[in-house]
Design a protein. Structure first.
Length: 208
C-alpha cells in the first residue's frame, strides 16, 4: 500500500465524520436549504483564494518545472473554472446577511491551512490540500451515487469535483505524499491530515 493510501485508510473514521457534518450530509441527501447554499457560496468562494495562495507557496518551493506543473494546473482550475462558477452565481444567489462577518466566522479553515503551509512548508501544504481534496472527492462521489434532486447549481458543483480534472488534482497530491521523505514520519502526516479535516468540519459548520 502506498504511503498516501495508508494515510487515507488510517483516517477513514475521520473522513466519515467529516461527511456527516450538516452541510455535506444535506448536500448528499438533497435537503440543503436555500440559505445554506447561499452561505456556502460566500465562504467557499473566499476559501478558493486561500487555496490559490497555498498552491502558490507549493509552486514557489518546487525544485523543478516538473514538480510545479500539476500545481500550476490546479491553480489555473481555481482561478478559471471555479472563479467563473462563483461569479456566475453572485446575482442569482445573493446573500443578504453580513458577508464580511460570515467570511470571518468561516476563517478557521484559511487560518489553519495557511498557518500549516507557512510554518511547515511545502510538504505540510501538500498534505493539508490532500486531506481537503480527498474529502471533497469522496463526498461528491457519494452524492452523485444518490438518486435525489438538488439545486442544479449545487449539482454542478458536485459534478465538478468528480470530473477528470479534479480527480487528476487529487492524484497529483497523492503522488506528492507518496514521495515525501522518510524523515517526515507518519505521525506528522496524521497530525497535518487530521488537523485539516477538523478545520474543514468547522468551516462547513458555518454553512448550514
Amino acid at each position: 500500500m502506498s504511503r498516501a493510501a495508508a494515510l487515507v485508510k488510517r483516517h477513514q473514521v475521520a473522513l466519515a465524520e467529516s461527511r456527516a457534518v450538516t452541510f455535506i450530509a444535506e448536500s448528499i441527501a438533497g435537503t440543503l436549504s436555500d440559505n445554506g447554499f447561499r452561505r456556502y457560496l460566500v465562504i467557499e468562494e473566499a476559501f478558493v483564494l486561500t487555496a490559490v495562495r497555498i498552491l502558490g507557496l507549493v509552486v514557489a518551493e518546487s525544485g523543478s518545472l516538473n514538480d510545479a506543473r500539476d500545481h500550476v494546473v490546479s491553480m489555473s482550475n481555481l482561478v478559471g473554472e471555479q472563479r467563473d462558477y462563483f461569479a456566475d452565481l453572485r446575482e442569482k444567489f445573493p446573500y443578504d446577511g453580513d458577508v464580511d462577518a460570515l467570511v470571518a466566522e468561516s476563517s478557521v479553515l484559511s487560518r489553519y491551512a495557511l498557518g500549516l503551509a507557512r510554518e511547515h512548508g511545502r510538504a505540510a501544504a501538500l498534505v493539508g490540500m490532500f486531506a481537503a481534496e480527498t474529502l471533497y472527492l469522496s463526498w461528491c462521489r457519494e452524492a452523485l451515487a444518490s438518486d435525489v434532486e438538488r439545486e442544479p447549481e449545487l449539482q454542478d458543483w458536485i459534478v465538478m469535483h468528480t470530473e477528470p480534472a479534479f480527480v487528476a488534482q487529487v492524484e497529483a497530491l497523492e503522488r506528492e505524499v507518496d514521495a515525501l521523505p522518510a524523515r517526515i514520519d507518519d505521525a506528522t502526516l496524521d497530525d497535518w491530515f487530521s488537523g485539516m479535516l477538523q478545520a474543514e468540519n468547522q468551516f462547513h459548520g458555518v454553512a448550514a
